[in-house]
Design a protein around this ligand. Structure first.
Ligand SMILES: O=C(O)CCC(=O)C(=O)O
Ligand SMILES: [Fe+2]
Length: 189
């Protein structure tokens, strides 16, 4: 890198992909209906509760036990969508976990990286746009990037965007739903 200007280019984090209009408006409407009909629960991490409401399928991370636990099986209405996400991810993409989330107006998600048990993360946005923010520490500064995720779009986090960068969503201005699809990391033992 040469000179100050090259320090923090507004470059997209490595391994981050985005597909606009991944699904049709008709399917979006149907999925919002399905997700909002789920018995969504406030997100639990240890003794704390997040304001977003979620339902996990396949597996869920237990913040008290600090490990993955089996969850309800993935509902059949998600099958065609999972197939489409797996096709987008390419050969050997196998979705093992699905998280359905509802953000009411004023609700977001704080800075975090997803649990290392998972590998790639795919996120379908429904209902309203959001600013999907990324940051990583470079020396004493934060390098930042914002992905504007439109409703019906899919993002994929892999590589650096997944392992090095943190992500967060500021309080949404209109109700937003998301369906997050995760593959498993390879077992080390
Ligand atoms: O709602 C989203 O698109 C992302 C949610 C998220 O980052 C998470 O549940 O780990
Ligand atoms: Fe996340």
């Amino acid at each position: 890198m040469t000179g100050q200007l090259a320090l923090f280019p507004e470059d997209r984090p490595g391994g981050l992909q985005y597909a606009a209009e991944f699904i049709s408006p008709v399917l979006e409407h149907e999925l919002i209906g399905q997700v909002s009909a789920l018995p969504l629960q406030p997100f639990q991490f240890g003794a704390f509760e997040g304001k977003r409401r979620v339902a996990s399928f396949g597996l869920r991370y237990d913040y008290t036990l600090q490990r993955l636990r089996p969850a309800e099986p993935i509902p059949r209405w998600l099958d065609p969508l999972i197939e489409k996400v797996e096709a987008y991810g390419g050969p050997s993409t196998q979705i093992a976990q699905v998280l359905c989330t509802e953000y009411e107006v004023g609700v977001g998600i704080g800075w975090h990286r997803d649990k290392p048990h998972f590998d790639r993360i795919f996120g379908l946005s429904l209902g309203s746009p959001c600013k999907f923010r990324f940051r990583r520490e470079v020396g004493e500064k934060w390098q930042r990037y914002t992905l504007k995720t439109a409703p019906r779009s899919l993002y994929m986090m892999s590589g650096e965007s997944r392992r090095i960068w943190e992500h967060s969503i500021p309080a949404v201005e209109a109700p937003r739903y998301s369906i997050t699809f995760r593959t498993m990391a390879d077992r080390k033992s």
